[in-house]
Structure formats: structure tokens, C-alpha cells
Write a protein that binds this ligand. Sequence first.
Ligand SMILES: Cc1cc2nc3c(=O)[nH]c(=O)nc-3n(C[C@H](O)[C@H](O)[C@H](O)COP(=O)(O)O)c2cc1C
Length: 178
Amino acid sequence: MKITCLAGSIRASSFNNVAVKSFAFIAEEAGHECDIIDLSDYPLPLFNQDEEEESIIAIAQKLADRLNNSDAVFISSPEYNGSVSPLLKNTLDWMSRTPNKPYQNKIFAIGAASPGALGGIRGLAHLRDILTSVGAIVIPKMLTIGGIQNLMDEQGLAVQERQKNQVESMLDSIEKLL
Ligand SMILES: Cc1cc2nc3c(=O)[nH]c(=O)nc-3n(C[C@H](O)[C@H](O)[C@H](O)COP(=O)(O)O)c2cc1C
């Protein structure tokens, strides 16, 4: 299957980008295809309903097209003060204003990475709520990587037994829904 993957951070050394690359590595080893999105390629201003311009909706639509062109989507979001990153919420809101918003009945898998012990899991309840409210099917299993700075290998991936088990179990859930 084809999975679009994106991190809710454009920080140069983003740990959630590590989580995305790790998810994709494990999924590709299992024979799946991953399309990794870098949100810095889709500059979307802070959403203001007074300034909804066609040119910006067109950017959001290009991003939405990449999500729509896959069987499932994996999002890894930083946890900011117990919730999702403002970049991710802004991106999800912009895509919701496009003609082909990529949510209704689309399968989403979610994850988070953090230097903290809990791995950002508290923000994932919010992300699940947001996605469900716009019609997405969010699988129960998640990828959470706490203390990620200590788990990365020389390739910059966090692909130890625990992450492999989590991702393989998520892939299994997605496949059963297709
Ligand atoms: C405003 C702000 C709030 C944060 N709140 C949390 C938090 O609630 N829980 C947590 O585990 N980490 C928190 N962090 C630390 C982030 O997990 C850490 O900066 C992480 O590296 C961000 O993700 P990224 O590496 O993908 O950019 C916070 C960081 C910032 C800047």
C-alpha cells in the first residue's frame, strides 16, 4: 500500500521528522511505498478567514492531493503544551478549506516523538479528536517515541525493536481496513 507521511514540524533537526523517516523505513522494509512530505514545501500563512486567497488555497490543495493520492496517511506531531503543534493545526485547517479535503473516510495513523519520557502521547488525543471530527478514520495504535535523542542510530533513525513492533502493528491495522 501507499502511505503519505508528514511531520508537524519543520525544525531542521526535528525529532518528529526522525519518527516519520523511521516509520517510512520500517514500512518500506515491509514492502510498502511511502511518500514523505516536508511541510516547508507548502508555506501556508496563519489561517485568517478574512484572508482566504485562491492562491493560498491552491497550495493547500496541492498538499491535500498528495494525501489523497495514497491509501493512508501517517502524521507525527510534536507535543506543544499537551497538544498538537500550531504548524500542524494550521495545515489541517487550510486543507479543510480545499475542494478535495483529504479527510472523509481516509485512514490516518498518528504518532509523536519527544525528548521527554512520554514521547508526546498527550498531544495525540487532541490530534485524534481533530481528525475524527473531520471524518477521518484514525487507527487506535500509535507510534510514540520518548527519549528519542538516545535512540537514534548512525542513519538518524529510531528503528529499534519497540518501534518496529509498533509500526508493524499499525501497518497490520491499516491493511485490515483497506
Ligand atoms: C512551546 C513548546 C511546548 C512544548 N511542550 C511539550 C510538551 O507538552 N510535551 C513534550 O513532551 N514536549 C514538549 N516540548 C518539547 C518538544 O517535544 C521538543 O521541542 C521537540 O523536539 C519538538 O518536536 P520536533 O523536534 O519535531 O521539532 C515543547 C516545546 C515547545 C517549543
